[in-house]
Design a protein around this ligand. Structure first.
Ligand code: NOJ
Ligand code: CA
Length: 670
């Protein structure tokens, strides 16, 4: 009874809105989303949001708490309110869409309190959601210690949510489908469908010099921001009294695919900061990698060493023969013996059986790029000490793409996702820029769209990727239908799809295989069909897209033609249909070709898709890589069929998918 009275009171408050002498409300350009800012008598701030005139976010707190008497949360008075609008289209050097419309209405509320804290609350409303950030100016302060964020998200309605638990050290966790009201804590993006039928996702944009935000359940359908901290409990520290926070974002869409097609996160980042971008380009790659995860090769230099000169050249030959631009080598440098203990990797000392000069010479001769690798094991001081030298060393050898890794705890009680971590990841981005080096970060800080500002920060992991299938219970079938609606809303993911030996028939009983990971029970496998592996190259967007199996599993395989034809350098993309955790269909255009990927969870499913995204008046050869009639992810995962059809934009495709299956289609104009 108590709760429902409180709820009614909150609703009344919502609809009476704020009685202020100034307008404190702003709407999205199409008018569907409305946000109001309110100041209570105490000078405490709240905001609330309506979607299509229904309460969507009930009055929710704003502000921060700080140490040493600095007041960031109350006693505020509004000194001015400004309104403005923007409608432009900007282009990016690469991206799922090359051009993006930035169309919003902005409300900036200028506030001041008795402690002389100046605060600008900047609210931006787009048709696909909203963002707000805090811009604090506290005069006369040498250092400022943020201890707590009050920002809350009190959803008006319950519903279904998809998220991983909050964790300040890893995002490699299984997704949960839970009623919103039953989520104790979550990392962002957390996506939900409310009982009103609104799809939304809470995340952040432009995480630059701040700890990451996670969400903690408060009551009913409410959450509060919970920031990662420094070892001493401080959440964010600043020299001087000025700081801007990242944007707190809520993507909002009437359909689930609207979240995928939204440009909100990129639009809330700063424009490109690089003088030139012609050195940054999407590529397909293979690498000496999966063999180590399966346990038949090793990172260290022993009799099973993967990154040998001969093997490196074999991969270069394969790439050159298969329309693949790049090759990754892991386990090429000294220090892997210390992985899991001292983590003292040396980034300029190759192992003796990896002849870097000969390999780079050979790669150049064959027109293949090398993707370098820096595993840190989390030893940030060791990496930062070598940072410049390491990037210079690679650049001197013509290596301008680097995959980084942080598989291990950070030293001295630091968490991966605290302000210390965010600053470190940014330092690497800035260093790489100086050497015109493109980055692919594993165990990264979450993607908040900084690729708009730094397009060489191209892709990252930041969720359970393919590797988990090699040595654990693996990623369940629905994982791939949750990722596009959650993790990938932040940006590209280096998931590394493409296992063809789904049941590990070629390696499971190999005398070379050694268990190296505690989670390996000897019964690991990939939990999809083969066709779904191909579909994931399209669906799980990464401009550096890997065919991750060992190349011997691709040699002579008819289905590998899809990857040969595939082009990760998109001009346009659209999610056509889907529901989180159930299925998803995505189409992309790269130059004159189109690619389509569709996938389903454990349920077999048929989806009819109109091909009206193809260019009108043109005829295309569609090569369809489908599940076999008897395919089933569990019992018969490698059954597939390849069919060809002539199609135009007037046609439809009936996509038949097996349990845990999928379909990939390439469309090439005739
Ligand atoms: C974890 C990364 O995600 C994986 O790709 C890499 O092979 C290992 N760390 C070793 O660096
Ligand atoms: Ca990883």
């Amino acid at each position: 009874m108590k709760t429902s009275l409180a709820f009614v009171a909150a609703l009344l408050l919502f609809f009476s809105a704020c009685t202020a002498d100034r307008p404190t409300e702003v709407s999205s350009p199409n008018g569907a989303i409305r946000l109001s800012f309110c100041l209570a008598d105490s000078g405490r701030m709240t905001y609330q949001v309506a979607v299509n005139d229904s309460a969507f976010i009930l009055p929710s707190a704003l502000g921060f708490e700080a140490r040493n008497g600095v007041n960031l949360s109350d006693g505020f008075k509004v000194t001015a309110t400004d309104f403005s609008s923007k409608d432009t289209t900007w282009t990016q050097p690469w991206g799922e869409n090359k051009s993006i419309r930035e169309h919003y209405n902005e409300m900036t509320v200028h506030l001041k309190n008795a402690a002389q804290t100046h605060l600008t609350m900047r609210f931006r409303l787009f048709d696909d959601g909203l963002g707000f950030r805090y811009e604090y100016r506290v005069p006369g302060v040498d250092s400022l210690f943020v201890m707590n964020e009050l920002t809350s998200f009190n959803l008006a309605n319950d519903g279904t949510s998809w998220s991983i638990p909050a964790n300040f050290d890893t995002y490699e966790l299984l997704y949960r489908t839970l009623p919103i009201s039953r989520v104790d804590n979550a990392n962002t993006p957390i996506t939900f469908k409310t009982t009103q039928g609104v799809y939304a996702s809470i995340h952040e944009a432009a995480l630059t010099n701040f700890p990451e935000m996670t969400l903690k359940h408060t009551d009913r359908n409410g959450f509060k921001s919970e920031l990662a901290s420094w070892p001493d409990g401080v959440k964010a520290r600043f020299a001087g009294g000025n700081f801007n926070t990242p944007w707190r974002t809520i993507q909002i869409a009437p359909k689930a695919v609207g979240l995928i097609n939204s440009g909100l996160i990129l639009n809330l980042n700063e424009p490109c900061a690089l003088a030139t971008t012609d050195w940054i380009r999407p590529m397909k790659y293979v690498g000496i990698w999966w063999g180590m995860h399966l346990g038949v090769e090793s990172w260290i230099m022993d009799e099973r060493h993967g990154a040998t000169t001969a093997n490196a050249k074999r991969y270069i030959d394969f790439a050159a023969a298969n329309n693949i631009e790049a090759v990754l080598y892991e386990g090429w440098n000294q220090g892997w013996e210390s992985w899991g203990s001292m983590q003292t990797f040396d980034y300029t000392k190759p192992y003796a059986d990896f002849d870097i000069d000969e390999i780079t010479r050979y790669a150049k001769e064959k027109g293949i790029q090398i993707i370098g690798h820096h595993e840190t094991g989390g030893n940030i001081p060791n990496y930062e000490q070598q940072l410049d030298k390491a990037y210079q060393w690679y650049a001197d050898r013509g290596i301008h793409v680097v995959k980084t890794g942080y598989a291990g705890g950070f030293p001295n009680g630091h968490s991966h996702h605290g302000q210390y971590g965010v600053q470190h990841y940014r330092k690497v981005v800035e260093t790489a820029a100086r050497y015109h080096t493109t980055l692919d970060a594993h165990e990264p800080i979450k993607d908040t769209g900084i690729r708009r500002t730094y397009p060489h920060m191209m892709t990252r992991e930041g969720a359970r990727g393919m590797e988990w299938n090699a040595w654990s219970e693996g990623n369940p079938p629905e994982h791939h239908e949750v990722l596009p609606f959650t993790r990938l809303l932040g940006g590209p993911m280096d998931y590394t799809p493409g296992t063809f030996d789904i049941l590990f028939d070629k390696t499971r009983h190999s005398p070379r295989r050694k268990k190296w990971n505690d989670q390996d029970k000897g019964n690991s496998r990939v939990n999809t069909t083969l066709a779904k592996q191909l579909a994931n190259w399209v669906i799980l967007y990464s401009p550096l897209q890997m065919a991750s199996d060992m190349i011997e599993n691709y040699e002579g395989h008819p289905a590998f033609q899809f990857f040969r034809d595939f082009d990760p350098d998109c001009d346009w993309s659209q999610a056509l249909a889907g529901e989180p955790g159930e299925f998803v269909v995505v189409a992309r255009r790269a130059k004159q070709n189109y690619f389509l990927g569709a996938s389903t969870n454990e349920e077999a499913r048929t989806v009819i898709v109109k091909l009206d995204f193809l260019e009108k008046g043109k005829r295309y050869k569609a090569v369809i890589y489908a599940d076999g009639k008897d395919a089933d992810w569990k019992t018969n995962p490698t059954s597939y069929q390849i069919k060809e059809r002539m199609v135009t934009a007037n046609d439809s495709l009936s996509i038949v998918m097996a349990k845990g299956g999928g379909q990939a289609v390439s469309f090439m104009p005739i």
